[in-house]
Design a protein around this ligand. Structure first.
Ligand SMILES: Cc1cc2nc3c(=O)[nH]c(=O)nc-3n(C[C@H](O)[C@H](O)[C@H](O)COP(=O)(O)OP(=O)(O)OC[C@H]3O[C@@H](n4cnc5c(N)ncnc54)[C@H](O)[C@@H]3O)c2cc1C
Length: 310
């Protein structure tokens, strides 16, 4: 049985999510091939070939894959899928874009957001905003699986000796084109893969307080900034900072929840963090039920002191 992992990349380098997805594939058992579809992405293919456990990289280098549009990417996967028992992609915005299309066109049931592999056809995935885990068996000939990256340690970047094989482009579907992409540039680590995340909630009271107090703390810790949905909705932080059920799922080594109540929808995105520190003035806030360290007090007093002490 051979597994095809779809690489997430920006035509220059692999995203961290690809390494986690390959780690998930290695738990299934069988040869692992990686599809690198893009334009001018030879270096990405070479890097993928070095990842531990990768037997082959299939490189589709053509202008129609530059923007990795769902229609063209799905057509390419479908044209090559007969050689595979599984297709895996990260359950990031990238994988969520084209994998349902692949599943629908194959008349298969997508197994979404897996956190564990039980066997080649059985996977574990969270349901009810992470409050329960479902064990799901897929009877499909080709299993279409997206992977919760935070649930799998990254595969080693070195150690593989995969061969890179050129793959012909499938037809251009011509159904969509990328008009523009706004990429938030930040010197901070990416929220989804950061080792430390500093998140703020409605307790901050304003955008000025959120940025003025949290950024110095994040600078000291080399952390990514996160936020609750209430903080995002109130305009304290941009949308892509949101952690939770309808935001990003993170599992850093250290997660700070500051002025965040700990509603289940927020917990769904961060409760697998290794160490959780909560700062909240209300002792009864549910965040303290998941926190490893809890500080009851006023964040306007505690955060500057904590930053100064670091
Ligand atoms: C379908 C659905 C999906 C959702 N998805 C998400 C999601 O992805 N992510 C998410 O976060 N939420 C999500 N929510 C919203 C969620 O239910 C909560 O409303 C939200 O998480 C609350 O954010 P908060 O804790 O910042 O605000 P609040 O609930 O207002 O809590 C603020 C906290 O700050 C504390 N505080 C106030 N002032 C201070 C101070 N000076 N010092 C210290 N502490 C202070 C308070 O004690 C309180 O605990 C979703 C809701 C629904 C219905």
């Amino acid at each position: 049985m051979t597994i095809l992992v779809i690489a997430e990349h920006d035509n220059a380098s692999l995203k961290a999510s690809t390494f986690n997805t390959i780690a998930a594939a290695s738990k299934i058992g069988g040869d692992i091939h990686v599809l690198v579809a893009g334009q001018g992405c030879e270096a990405v293919a070479q890097a993928a070939a070095k990842i531990a456990g990768v037997a082959k990289v299939r490189l589709a280098d053509a202008a129609i894959y530059k923007d990795q549009l769902a229609e063209n990417l799905a057509a390419l996967i479908l044209a090559n899928v007969s050689a595979y028992g599984h297709v895996l992609a990260p359950a990031t915005a990238f994988g969520k874009n084209f994998m349902p299309r692949v599943a629908a066109l194959l008349d298969a049931s997508q197994v979404s957001d897996i956190v564990a592999v039980e066997s080649a056809d059985t996977f574990v995935r969270p349901i009810y905003a992470g409050n329960a885990l479902a064990t799901v068996q897929s009877p499909d000939a080709v299993k279409i699986v997206t992977v919760r990256t935070a649930a799998f340690d990254a595969a080693a970047a070195e150690g593989g000796a995969g061969v890179v094989e050129a793959l012909g482009a499938a037809a251009d579907c011509g159904l969509s084109k990328l008009v523009g992409r706004e990429i938030a540039s930040s010197s901070r680590p990416e929220l989804g893969s950061a080792r430390v995340v500093v998140s703020g909630g409605r307790g901050f009271g304003s955008s000025e307080n959120y940025h003025g107090l949290l950024e110095p703390l994040a600078d000291k810790l080399g952390a990514a900034l996160g936020a609750s949905r209430a903080a995002v909705d109130a305009g304290y932080a941009p949308n892509d900072y949101q952690v939770g059920q309808t935001g990003k799922v993170v599992a850093p080594e250290l997660y700070f929840a500051i002025g965040i109540s700990g509603a289940i929808q927020h917990l769904a995105g961060m409760k697998d963090s290794k160490i959780i520190v909560a700062i909240n003035k209300d002792l009864d806030s549910p965040i303290f039920q998941v926190a490893d360290y809890g500080l009851v007090g006023d964040l306007f007093d505690i955060v500057p002191k904590l930053t100064a002490a670091l």
